[in-house]
Design a protein around this ligand. Sequence first.
Ligand code: LLP
Length: 423
Amino acid sequence: KDHLRAEGGHLTIDGVDVVDLAEEFGTPLYVTSEARLRANARAYREAFPEALIYFAVKANGNLALLRILAEEGLGADVFSAGELSLVRMAGIPGEKVLFNGNSKRTEELKMALEAGVRISADSLDELLALAEVAKEMGEEAEVAFRVNPDVSAKTHPKIATGLKTSKFGIPWQDLVEVYERAMGLEGVKPVGLHCHIGSQILDTAPFVEAAARMMELAGRIVEVGGKIEMMDFGGGLGIPYTPETAAPTPSQLASGIKPVFEEGCRRLGISPRMILEPGRSIVADSTIFLTRVNVVKRAHVNFVGVDAGFNLLARPMLYDAYHHVVVANKADGRAEERYTVVGPICESGDVLAKDRNLPRIERGDLIAMLDAGAYGFSMASVYNGQPRCPEVLVGGGRAELIRRGEDQSVLLSGQVVPARLLK
Ligand code: LLP
């Protein structure tokens, strides 16, 4: 990772000493490399010059980062009204947004229509509701259909989304029937297909399999007189969290799915726009998470207690995810001891990193968890009365605050104590 280096014993991000950042902004702290984020976005744009790349906002909803991605020409996949308002605020135009979701509220459908964004319908029930809402508003909703392609991809079961047992999408066997139904329905205009088979997938084969199934379905839709203007193959490309992992690049993904797409389009005589919705592979490795050592406890194992846990980085707890650990103020140090890094949350599962060989650690040391940009801050909570931390952007050789840390007032926010309890 060329944005991260060890210089003079300290970890640096794009040349900026992270030990200084921790001093200046405090810990815990998320720090993002603007250069890395832009490079990741460009890698997609170059691998898929003719496609639209929609950043999956659930991975990271920071406005400054969304602005950067908007500048790089990306659109957005949003999964809620809240995510839609974020991307609108970031200046991403409505025509470059797809509103996804398996259980949308009526207000969300309305908001999507008002914003002029396409909607991906996840069920027949939702299609019918959308048609009603659109008719009431005197609009015609452009709608794509989330297909459940029943493709198995090797990843953590909680983030596999394309199996027939998953809650997402319309079973592929039912798709043509639903599409035909939509074709005859007032208030909606069916424009294409959408799928997503899972996240953190390290092999291109399942993407190719899903693309083939999608093109086969497109063919059946064309046969019944349907039009296909867009084909969205989802996100899901994994990243190498461990030093031993190899992950496909966007251009390897392109070599896998483009031939299937292009051949299918030629055969069917259609020219839809290809769309991809990457989240993790755009933002994960741009960002590190810094946390300070409060205690070292030599017990059954050597525990390193730091000032953040699954309240701010939930992935290890939720998915047994690995995030590489660097002792940022001993970045040149030789691994001498085995440690388990734990947070301050009152649960035994609050472990950030297990059994890592690291330089000797003491109170005050600074721990960097790498690849924390995707599903890091965006999944943070205030559990155990822990306000959320700040975020910083490193660009052009300097660091700027892009989210203020919360103070304890966030814990009171919105709470109402009935007067009778205030006696
Ligand atoms: N599009 C749809 C419809 C999705 O459901 C997702 C992710 C994406 C795009 C983006 O996928 P990506 O390129 O980031 O893999 N919190 C979990 C990941 C959940 C992913 C859910 N859907 C984690 O931290 O691993």
